[in-house]
Ligand binder design. Sequence first.
Ligand SMILES: C[S@@+](CC[C@H](N)C(=O)[O-])C[C@H]1O[C@@H](n2cnc3c(N)ncnc32)[C@H](O)[C@@H]1O
Length: 254
Amino acid sequence: MTAAADHYDHLLAEHYTWMLGGDIETAAAAQADLLRELGVAAPPEEDARAVDLGCGPGPQTLALARLGFTSVTAVDTSAPLLGELMEHARRSGAAQAVRPVHGDIRGILPRLTTRGPVAAIVCMGDTLPHLPARADVQELIADIAKALRPGGSFVATYRDLTRELHGADRFIPVRSTADRILTCFLEYVDEDTVRVHDLLHTHHGGTWHLKTGSYPKLRLRPQWLTAQCRAAGLDVRRDEAGPRGLRVLYAVKS
Ligand SMILES: C[S@@+](CC[C@H](N)C(=O)[O-])C[C@H]1O[C@@H](n2cnc3c(N)ncnc32)[C@H](O)[C@@H]1O
């Protein structure tokens, strides 16, 4: 188990959808708009397959189903988040299209694509920096390039953590409501890694309770990531700042 998977089990999974704003359908609609705007479209044939790597409660899985993908394989190491995704999928009528897979995204793509290459692969919402090492990102991108059919799309959204923050700027307010406050603190470990400390306050029994946890995130340089895509045979068409402070990378298999 990676440190990130452990952190989701211990602290984050239970609060993840709340952290996204609380309404998964609104989040899925925004992700569908983003994917559509990038040019991701389901191919016209009956077997329009996509893979969502690090799906969480499913904003992109549900978005891909909305875009007409008939099969979306959704991979995550968090069993509770996969359970939540399936509840959302049932409620929105997308359950038939969603195939949840409980597992690590590292090395899994060859096993998920035995029926042939797929039309789209996404790894969004800052999942790439959760991988333990740059070499894992490199290998994943090589796997993605192999698993896509010609003309197939790859989309990643991720936080660029390369610029170091100082002093109190390292405290990032994530979300606050009447009963919950999530703040994270960034500790810069070295050129490659930042340690993210989550401070979660919940209000119950008339008082505030603090729960903390931390995990490492990779500081991925946008130029490095696009170079990995190009080396793997992906044509990078967009690489820019996007919504919610995340960078957007869109690439197509040549
Ligand atoms: C920041 S969340 C993104 C979730 C969703 N894509 C979104 O945009 O909200 C990262 C997700 O990746 C999962 N994850 C982290 N490392 C993983 C790994 N090595 N294999 C599979 N899932 C992983 C976490 O459990 C979490 O659900």
